[in-house]
Design a protein around this ligand. Structure first.
Ligand code: CA
Length: 231
């Protein structure tokens, strides 16, 4: 595999250079931007595998940049790790709801950052490949659009299939109804948010006879999460 490219968006030069140094040493190709404007210009020419975005930036906030990129069809699959000095739980939730794939609080060690990067890249390449995905015995084959448990096929409507594919490639994260609409239906379609609940119910019902309905979890006040762990 060719070297992975990472874009660092951070205005504080010592921190940016420290991150760039440890990433280069770990074998990554590094691009650097000191604000969101430069980051977006760089993104027009390069397609990094991952972005590290500081929350506090001079033009837009890192959270706003994350939202913009996750709303754009061209860049929505780009994994983003938000960097911040804020340790508050509310900020963490805002960051993840804004679409960030992970979140690191300053100060952090280069080793911690590298571990997070590897984890996020693993998750995103699992999503990008055509390999069948398996969670707790439930298997989804993207090439054939077939969902099965052992030898048995799970019969799903096309929307439930897309929903399950999205969930299985983005596990362990909470998505609001709005985010699910955006990611599964696409941003330009008008669908009421409660439509999501209807499809969630159908998906659970289809999974129920295989004992897998609990994988689709309701997170009160936030949305839904796909997880093999107990709620
Ligand atoms: Ca900063």
């Amino acid at each position: 595999m060719s070297a992975r490219q990472i874009l660092i968006v951070e205005d504080e030069r010592p921190i940016r250079e420290m991150i760039a140094f440890s990433l280069k040493r770990a074998g990554y190709i590094v691009h650097e931007a000191e604000d969101c404007r430069t980051a977006r210009l760089l993104l027009a020419d390069h397609r990094p595998d991952l972005l590290i975005v500081d929350w506090m930036l001079p033009d837009l906030s890192g959270l706003e940049l994350t939202r913009l990129l996750k709303r754009d069809r061209e860049t929505r699959e780009l994994p983003i790790i938000l960097l911040t000095a804020r340790a508050a739980e509310a900020d963490k939730i805002a960051g993840l709801e804004g679409g960030a794939d992970d979140y690191i609080t300053k100060p952090f060690s280069p080793r911690e950052l590298l571990a997070r990067i590897q984890a996020v890249l693993r998750r995103s390449s699992a999503g990008a490949s055509d390999e069948p995905i398996e969670v707790g015995g439930l298997q989804l084959d993207k090439a054939s659009h077939r969902v099965s448990v052992g030898e048995r096929t799970v019969v799903l409507g096309p929307t439930e299939y897309r929903m399950l594919e999205f969930f299985m490639t983005h596990p362990e994260r909470v998505y609001s109804r709005e985010q699910l609409l955006d990611r599964i239906w696409g941003g330009n379609v008008y669908v009421e948010e409660r439509t999501i609940d209807v499809h969630i119910r159908r998906l659970r019902k289809a999974l129920e006879e295989f004992g897998h309905d609990r994988l689709v979890q309701t997170v009160r006040g936030s949305g839904y999460r796909f997880s093999a762990r107990e709620e």
